[in-house]
Design a protein around this ligand. Sequence first.
Ligand code: ZN
Length: 282
Amino acid sequence: MKLANLAGRATLIVGDRALDVEKAGGGTLGPDPAVLYDLANHPELRRIAEAATDADLVEYDEKQLGPVSPRAGKILAVALNYRGHAEESGMQVPDEPTVFAKFPSSLTGPYDRVVVPEGIDKTDFEAEVVIVIGRRMRAVEPADVWAGIAGVTAGQDVTDRREQWRKPVNQFSLAKSYDSFSPTGPLAVTVDEFDDPDDIEVVGHVDDLEVQRGRTSDLIFSVPALIAWMSRYVTLEPGDLVFTGTPAGCGVRRTPRLYLQPGMTLTTKVAGVGTMRNPVTR
Ligand code: ZN
């Protein structure tokens, strides 16, 4: 299934048309997009999709798609999870994941603006595969992780590099959580739709320039290993988001450096999910 937050309402995308979950289901599930990210509701979502009539399916404007899991309880992310990105950063390949938080208030939609605040001149991009948690998980085994996932989506872990590395201590969470610094979307796609959920491609562009390309089969910590590790520390809940790391090619590691400037367009494509296009503005 393709799960969408369309104008703030829980929606299934069937073919190229939209199915409003509350209306089509006669109210068995409510309109809150959160219903999409709880696996307990997926049998009913599938029933609604199968029972849909042509009249239930409507054309939609992709510009009305909002962020995946707009009220996520938490967003966890990982530093250095692709070998190429660890190497370009001059860091050793880590033995354990380095996890940080992004604040849910930074979420924005797949076609919404990424706003660079006045005076901030080192805003960088990180194209990532993002996982939506689908059931409560605590100290889960890696082999059980995929069965607890509601969907896969694309994300950008936009970062103010100056703030991230500010002395004397780093400020990852603040530097990566400015308003609009976490676009997600355009849809969340359920795990069964992927031939191999451990081998998903992510590609990032700034304007017409391809800046990043990676596959989750190259992750240092696979999605199951990463989420199992996180779940030893925090209880994961439906709707929580996990940013799985970014491949090589970030702006701070390029020669010359490439930072996001007003007027640019940031494009993020995850195979099997779709493409986000976020204009950058001041
Ligand atoms: Zn990242």
